[in-house]
Design a protein around this ligand. Sequence first.
Ligand SMILES: [Zn+2]
Length: 67
Amino acid sequence: MVTKKRKILVPRPKSRFLLVVCPNCGRKQVVFSHATFPVRCHSCGTLLVRPTGGKAEILGKIEKVLG
Ligand SMILES: [Zn+2]
């Protein structure tokens, strides 16, 4: 398993990156906890994150908080 590391500027201290498991196909994907746009599974297209205006609603299972 390859772990991708990227340098990303985090604008808000409460925002985090989450490792979310797709409920449909089980693929793991890193998503932003305060995403302002819908995030879909790269593999099957299932909606994983729904923006609410504040903290995004995570529709998949959160496996890990990446800080
Ligand atoms: Zn999927």
